[in-house]
Design a protein around this ligand. Structure first.
Ligand code: ADP
Ligand code: MG
Length: 316
């Protein structure tokens, strides 16, 4: 969907990004991660030409981005950022409708779209006529995402969208994004410096440092086959086991035994990390597992969790 070939960008003689070669696949949830100043935002902004690259080639759906009018390019890409940038004197509904209004959609079509997006983002209809200062931080961020999605963009670009939120709200919005991504199948590129956020969301993970790509691949590849010491250090050796647990589900690790139990069951789609918390709470050796239809489908053993942690070829 989006390809970078040997892309460079310099600000006042200082390279911000160098020799970027990247592919963001259609429908994938890609995450750019790295420390502050590593070139993540610059990379993202070159995609919608908020920043113009100096050299190299960027393609969007097969076309060189400079061959497309910049307004058309931006119309086809939603953009959501941490500072949200909601218009303070506009209601929630009007903020969400920003782009459709620019595109002169009919009033009826705009109203329907606003309703649809508010439902999608879990925003109560009563919030429709409120102003941004009357919303919580999490609600404002949801409005920002709804606005970015309003005109059905082919790509959603997100720059630290949940950066300013408390951990609980942030976790809830991450879950929402995973659900929305699954439902809409839209191509998403998200920038973050938060490792857990990256591991939770990414199909494809790109680790950047000093304006260069250090390694890209699935989260599991970066954790279990780090290309060098920097990658290994970045993801933190000490927490590696716990992080691996967050990438695997109960369903993948359970045994297909169904035994009667009074314990609160786990769901097959839960991460092993959440299952670990449940074991700590219940202090038991095994827990029943249920599927999406609330039918018992197996049993997860605590000792299998420990096994999962060490069973993979983790570089020392
Ligand atoms: P990140 O998003 O990973 O924190 P950025 O892409 O924002 O990093 O920045 C990469 C480098 O480019 C940094 O050294 C930053 O100071 C520099 N930079 C970014 N934008 C500008 C700009 N508009 N003018 C000058 N330097 C910039
Ligand atoms: Mg940034």
């Amino acid at each position: 969907m989006i390809e970078f070939h040997d892309v460079n960008k310099t600000f006042a003689g200082q390279p911000a990004v160098s020799n970027l070669n990247l592919t963001f696949a259609e429908g994938a949830f890609s995450v750019l991660i790295g420390t502050s100043g590593s070139g993540k935002s610059t990379t993202l902004k070159m995609i919608n030409r908020l920043v113009e690259h100096d050299s190299g080639l960027i393609r969007f759906a097969g076309e060189e981005i400079r061959s497309l009018p910049v307004l058309e390019l931006r119309r086809r890409m939603g953009y959501a950022i941490q500072s949200i940038g909601l218009f303070p004197h506009w209601t929630v509904a009007r903020n969400i409708a920003t782009v459709p209004q620019l595109q002169k959609w009919s009033r009826q079509k705009i109203n329907d779209r606003v309703d649809e997006l508010m439902a999608l983002l879990g925003l109560e209809p009563v919030l429709r006529e409120r102003y941004p200062h009357q919303l919580s931080g999490g609600q404002q961020q949801r409005v920002g995402v709804a606005r970015a999605l309003a005109a059905n963009p082919e790509v959603l670009l997100m720059d630290e969208p949940f950066g300013a939120l408390d951990p609980v709200t942030r976790g809830a919005l991450q879950l929402e994004m995973t659900r929305i991504h699954r439902m809409l199948g839209r191509t998403i590129i998200l920038v973050t410096h938060d490792i857990d956020e990256a591991l939770r969301l990414a199909d494809h993970l790109v680790l950047m440092d000093h304006g260069e790509v250090v390694q890209q691949g699935t989260p599991l590849t970066l954790l279990t086959q780090p290309a060098n010491a920097f990658v290994r250090e970045f993801f933190g050796r000490s927490e590696l086991g716990v992080r691996l647990l967050s990438l695997r589900t109960v369903g993948e690790s359970m045994r297909e035994e169904i035994a009667p139990s009074d314990a609160t069951p786990l769901r097959d789609v839960m991460s092993l990390r959440d299952a670990l918390s449940a074991f700590v709470t219940c202090r038991c050796e095994a827990l029943p597992v249920i599927n999406a239809h609330n039918q018992p489908c197996g049993t997860l053993y605590f000792r299998d969790l420990l096994h999962t942690e060490t069973a993979h070829d983790v570089a020392p």
